[in-house]
Design a protein. Structure first.
Length: 447
């Protein structure tokens, strides 16, 4: 097995160190970067830094690069589009790629009903618009989100987000009429119960919520990630999301499913909500929608999407032509390269590796995930489940020093999350996992 990784300088290398000094001078500290490296090239699942060191990427730009870094087909399509026009603004002068991509999303999103799509730039912007659309359609104001959720950093989306630090602390006042309910975090159950004996208390408790927090007829929508990403790669039991949808339908509440991180093949299906048989009223998406070009979308039932009047949704850059043609190529790549099957294979390899390591290391408290969206929760003690946040930091440092870029998640920063490009080769994945095992051994020994 030939090595993809090349580490030929101390990390960070001299050029990265120089750029770090300039970053310190010109870039605000509020922008956090856990790995002190600067990169100049990326292809497939491989990153090369400015000092010529080569790394295997298990972070994928926070899940943006499901189709891999710089796919040839995407680059060719964008180059061709550059010769036509770069920007027109669909709100002024319309263009075909916007419509073609909306047509494609109507076909591949769950639900056998007429759908329409609007495009924006980021996941947070998609969520903001989904909330606006839901309120307009229902004439209600209440929005219910889940604990452990992450939906963005704008005013509405940071309000919907559950983690206080670093996302909300000191940024108040927050948006009004937003409420939280417990998520189905079985490893750390809010109610102190165990599945399945819990009888899905986190679902049935919603009826109590309507009595003590916000009446059902005042709730416009419930928004949920089918697999909670930043919150810790939390996979709910199979009954949870269908249970929420049933309650929504009983009370005329819309269900918004946030697929920004879990969508586009990450879980082995095009959209994670397909694992649960959901047909959401609205779906938000971004990240791997366009292989790194800024693009997000809200797709939903036509009658819901048509609730806002002309001019009430949209934006200057939303559905940029370059991003739209990139996305059309990404969707073709998923079919041609069978990336959904690949996601399931990657996830199985990762899970099996860490289930074996879990037998050796009591610090591995939980191994969970769907498809290639796998999370490893590290703890100080399996009985108390005290989060091993410092151990996680050491593990990530040991990984990048050995040539593997990995990232964390979780309310306590103690979940190792995998967002590798789905084009990662078997050899590259095997190398990365071998290095992670070495890094874990060293990090645990250093406690």
């Amino acid at each position: 097995m030939s090595s993809t990784i090349t580490v030929k300088t101390r990390l960070p290398g001299p050029k990265s160190l120089q750029l770090l000094a300039e970053r310190e001078k010109y870039v605000p500290r509020g922008i956090s970067t856990p790995t002190p490296l600067f990169f100049e090239k990326a292809k497939g699942a491989v990153l090369t830094d400015v000092d010529g060191n080569q790394f295997i990427d298990l972070a994928g730009g926070f899940g943006v690069m499901n189709a891999g870094h710089c796919p040839d087909e995407v680059i060719a399509a964008v180059r061709e589009q550059l010769d036509r026009y770069i920007h027109l603004s669909f709100n002024i002068a319309m263009y075909e790629p916007y419509v073609r991509l909306a047509e494609k999303l109507a076909a591949i999103t769950p639900g056998q009903f007429a759908k329409k799509t609007m495009f924006a730039n980021s996941g947070a912007e998609a969520v903001e618009n989904a909330v606006k659309i839901a309120r307009k359609y229902t004439g209600r104001t209440g929005i219910v989100a889940l604990e452990c959720a992450f939906h963005g950093r704008t005013l509405m989306t940071m309000t919907l987000t559950s983690e206080v630090k670093p996302y909300k602390y000191g940024f108040g006042p927050l948006a009004p009429e937003v409420y939280k309910i417990p998520s189905a975090y079985c490893y750390r159950c809010y109610f102190g119960l165990a599945y399945p004996a819990c009888e899905m208390r986190c679902v049935t408790n919603l009826e109590r919520f309507f009595t003590v927090e916000c009446a059902a007829d005042q709730v416009a929508a419930i928004i949920a990630e089918p697999v909670q990403g930043e919150g810790g790669f939390i996979v709910p039991p199979p009954e949870y999301l269908p249970g929420l949808q049933q309650i929504c339908r009983q009370h005329g509440i819309l269900l918004i499913i946030d697929e920004v991180q879990s969508g586009f093949g990450r879980t082995g299906k095009m959209f994670a909500c397909e694992h649960f048989g959901l047909e959401p009223d609205l779906i938000t998406m971004a990240k791997s929608l366009a292989a790194g070009f800024p693009l997000s979308a809200v797709t939903g039932r036509s009658e819901v999407m048509d609730a806002p009047a002309p001019g009430e949704i949209g934006g200057t850059y939303g559905g940029n032509p370059l991003s739209c043609v990139a996305s059309l190529q990404v969707l073709d790549l998923f079919e041609r390269e069978q990336l959904l099957e690949r996601a399931n294979r990657i996830g199985e390899v990762i899970r099996q590796k860490f289930l074996i390591l879990q037998e050796q290391y009591p610090e591995i408290g939980d191994v969970r995930g769907l498809g290639a969206m796998v999370g490893i929760e590290l703890v100080k003690d399996r009985q108390t489940k005290a989060p091993a946040t410092e151990l996680t930091s050491r593990l990530l440092k040991e990984c990048y020093e050995r040539g593997v870029i990995a990232i964390r998640a979780g309310l306590y920063g103690n979940v190792l999350r995998f967002l590798a490009p789905l084009v990662i080769t078997d050899d590259q994945l095997a190398q990365a996992l071998e290095i992670m095992e070495e890094a874990l051994k060293t990090a645990v020994a250093g406690q």
